[in-house]
Design a protein around this ligand. Structure first.
Ligand SMILES: NC(=O)c1ccc[n+]([C@@H]2O[C@H](COP(=O)([O-])OP(=O)(O)OC[C@H]3O[C@@H](n4cnc5c(N)ncnc54)[C@H](O)[C@@H]3O)[C@@H](O)[C@H]2O)c1
Length: 93
């Protein structure tokens, strides 16, 4: 099973989550957004009740220890997400 954390639960996250649920062996382990309610809404929408929800990339990666991160944030936040992902030994997509 490949565990993935998606960061950035805005408009484009739906495209990523739609694609992810068609891939056998991929589990969304966490959802991160600065707006926690936005992340919780995505979890409800995609039946991800077991996903860890948070506003801190580092905290969710610490807790879930995923294999990969889906980076769906705005460009200004990409550097932070990339550095955190690599620090946690995650692939970045
Ligand atoms: N919307 C589109 O049709 C489209 C198409 C192609 C590419 N993109 C690209 O996809 C990316 C996301 O676009 P979008 O439309 O989903 O944007 P959006 O503004 O709807 O969503 C971005 C989300 O990222 C969150 N975010 C910002 N900084 C964060 C951080 N440090 N940690 C966690 N979450 C953070 C915001 O709170 C927001 O919910 C952008 O780079 C955009 O250029 C969008």
């Amino acid at each position: 099973m490949m565990k993935v954390v998606l960061v950035g639960c805005g408009a484009m996250s739906r495209q990523w989550l739609d694609a992810a649920r068609q891939i056998d062996g991929l589990a969304i382990a966490g959802l991160v957004d600065l707006d926690a309610e936005r992340a919780q809404a995505r979890a409800r929408e995609y039946d991800l009740s077991n996903a860890v929800i948070g506003t801190s990339v580092d905290a969710v990666l610490d807790e879930t220890k995923p294999d990969a991160v889906f980076d769906v944030v705005v460009p200004a936040a990409r550097r932070e997400v990339a550095l955190s992902s690599f620090a946690h030994h995650c692939h970045l997509l």
